[in-house]
Design a protein around this ligand. Sequence first.
Ligand code: PGA
Length: 258
Amino acid sequence: MSKQRAKLVVGNWKMHGRLAENAVLLQAVAQGAGELPAQVRVGVCVPSPYLAQSQSLLEGSRVAWGVQDVSAFTHGAYTGEVAAPMAVDFGATLAIVGHSERRAYHRESAELVAVKTQRVLEAGLTPIVCVGETLEEREAGSTEQVVGMQLDEVLAKLSEQEAARIVVAYEPVWAIGTGKSASSEQAQAVHAFLRARLAAKGAAVADVPLLYGGSVKPENAEELFRQPDIDGGLIGGASLKAQDFLVICKAATTSVAG
Ligand code: PGA
């Protein structure tokens, strides 16, 4: 019994792009997104210095924009940090939290990710909470335990109403930037597990968008997005090429129609 939920495809540019090439990319994505059916929502999460550029080129388009991380604080003596309300000043509506690159390279704990999610919600942004297991964890059979713990830590800090406003992205660490996507069966199995975990928080939370991320490409997007609990994707490398990103967004619409 699968439900038809709207699809969401978000680009995660990571630390890529400069002013001139961003302008070309943003304009092409805005134009292409204009031709997509309404049930597919599109967003890009850009490096913070380019929020103003994103706002000026995407305002009035179908494409939402946002940041890839936020501070756990709203303001203060935290050199180098960007607070969620600052992103709001530039029209952002999305904020990725808990990306595996932040968890691994910046030692972000599940607890810190939960606090950041709270800051994002307080600022009125939509948090895209990333969870995912490493290859060692998958091979040890602890995928569900790992992603379950990562999600539970966040849900524990939120009311049902707050939890209903999050987006969750399942991104197996071994699939990110490796060209080796999870199979649609592997991804669906974890998504179904996460869906049950979300539903346990309350009926309003059961249908939050569940995105898959990790080597989504034009060639595999449709098959992934056709799975009953995969509501779209978080796209890294392929979001840097307008053509590829738009084909992936289109794949989300095909899977809605079909
Ligand atoms: P990838 O990255 O599509 O390049 O694998 C996805 C992500 O890290 O969000």
